[in-house]
Design a protein around this ligand. Structure first.
Ligand code: FES
Length: 102
């Protein structure tokens, strides 16, 4: 699906929603990645969190995860975040959303 926002500046992130799923588009030094915009700790938005390379830091309690794979690397985040495939398509970006069953 088409990402409805432009890639933010390097080191920045921006929130958007597709099919009621909050997503965070991150710019890791020119390479985009997308995670569910819901911290694995207490499910708050991670928008505005510090981004160093692919390490995303939650703005609420400072937990960290590897954004491209969602792996937790600093407490209090203990569970993995949900990541989505992203690709460059022309001037924009596309995100791979899971198919809904049932
Ligand atoms: S809500 Fe993200 S680390 Fe606590």
């Amino acid at each position: 699906m088409e990402v409805p926002i432009a890639l933010p500046a390097a080191g920045e992130n921006a929130r958007f929603v597709i099919e009621e799923t909050p997503l965070l588009l991150c710019n890791a030094e020119g390479t985009p990645f997308i995670v569910r915009d819901e911290c694995p700790h207490v499910r708050t938005s991670m928008q505005g969190g510090l981004l160093k390379g692919t390490i995303l830091e939650c703005p609420l309690h400072g937990g960290k995860m590897v954004g491209r794979v969602g792996a937790p690397i600093a407490m209090p985040i203990r569970r993995a975040g949900q990541c989505f495939p992203v690709r460059i398509q022309g001037e924009g970006l596309q995100v791979g959303m899971p198919t809904r069953s049932g």
